[in-house]
Design a binder for this molecule. Structure first.
Ligand SMILES: [Zn+2]
Length: 318
């Protein structure tokens, strides 16, 4: 009898242990699932915190919905300033969150619309010329951007300089060949292209710029002449053209200029310093200065009617 009782007791113990372990198993799963829910909550808490922050900064619910449409959570978190134009900047496909403060202050200081501001700040023209100058790492690249923010190494000289026809004027081989074809094409249309200035060395540019400074002072010299290392002529990809031998504004009224405006891109050339774009290119209008970029790129620039700085920003950065 006692034994039977004992047996019954141990069955109870086993049963109890089974129930206990089943309980442990289910409760473990329950809490594991629950902790996932907790993580999810955390995410939405983060998102709520971001919304709170943006609201406190002054953004409306409508603004925030729009910001969320264009920016990731981490980008949203980087916004720490309210400005009514932020919503206009973010929809631009070239918007960069790191430039936000520069967009805002450039917008406030100028009369441009939001898209123009994004473009110009990305190009870098909100900073004074010759500040934050970067040394060009691939000067041999046909698409090299050489301007007042990007300088060529002082010892850079292209190793494929080639004479254009028998002009005694040199460019990089590919540019020289295309320039020669353009000269022949103009000629067959009854127009003579005079090649005034092609490749110029760093040292030559040092003297040329110094002469301009002596004659006009630094500010005016900077509008019309490049400081050494900043001249496209050192790349071997630029050429100054003329109907006579002068380089003057009246060139824009000539038949030759009209012909070039319609045909230059077919030979891979662009007008590098167009009219009314000084604030982007950093140079006064130069109807005579042409830059080789290859037919494909020149065609895009021709069709979109943009400067080379804008092309680089749109198609070549990141
Ligand atoms: Zn030039």
């Amino acid at each position: 009898m006692k034994k039977k009782f004992k047996f019954k007791k141990s069955v109870k113990v086993i049963f109890f242990l089974l129930v206990l372990s089943a309980l442990c198993y289910f409760s473990y799963n329950f809490f594991a699932n629950n902790s996932d829910v907790t993580n999810g909550d955390k995410e939405s808490e983060n998102s709520d915190a971001t919304v709170d922050k943006l609201t406190k900064l002054g953004f409306s619910n409508g603004d925030i919905t729009l910001l969320k449409q264009y920016l990731s959570e981490s980008e949203l978190n980087l916004i720490d300033i309210y400005d009514e134009n932020v919503v206009n900047f973010v929809s631009n496909s070239y918007f960069e969150i790191d430039n936000l403060e520069r967009y805002i202050s450039y917008m406030n200081d100028n009369d441009y619309d939001a898209d123009e501001v994004v473009t110009y700040v990305n190009v870098g023209i909100d900073k004074p010329f010759y500040t934050d100058v970067k040394t060009i790492s691939d000067p041999d690249n046909i698409l090299v951007l050489c301007n007042k923010y990007n300088v060529l190494p002082s010892d850079y000289e292209p190793d494929d300089l080639t004479q254009v026809g028998y002009s005694g004027i040199y460019m990089r081989k590919e540019a020289a060949e295309n320039m020669y074809q353009m000269v022949l094409a103009a000629q067959s249309d009854g127009l003579k292209i005079n090649l005034v200035s092609g490749y110029r060395s760093y040292d030559y540019q040092v003297d040329l710029y110094a002469r301009h400074v002596r004659e006009r002072g630094e500010a005016e010299a900077d509008r019309v002449s490049a400081r050494a290392g900043h001249s496209e002529h050192q790349t071997g990809l630029a050429m100054d053209l003329s109907n006579d031998w002068s380089l003057e504004k009246y060139f824009e009224d000539t038949e030759l200029f009209k012909w070039l405006s319609e045909n230059d891109y077919k030979y891979g050339f662009i007008l590098r310093y167009p009219k009314d774009k000084e604030y982007i290119t950093g140079y006064d209008y130069e109807p005579w200065h042409y830059r080789y970029v290859g037919v494909e790129v020149a065609t895009v620039i021709h069709n979109e009617d943009i400067t080379y700085e804008e092309y680089v920003m749109k198609y070549l950065s990141n």
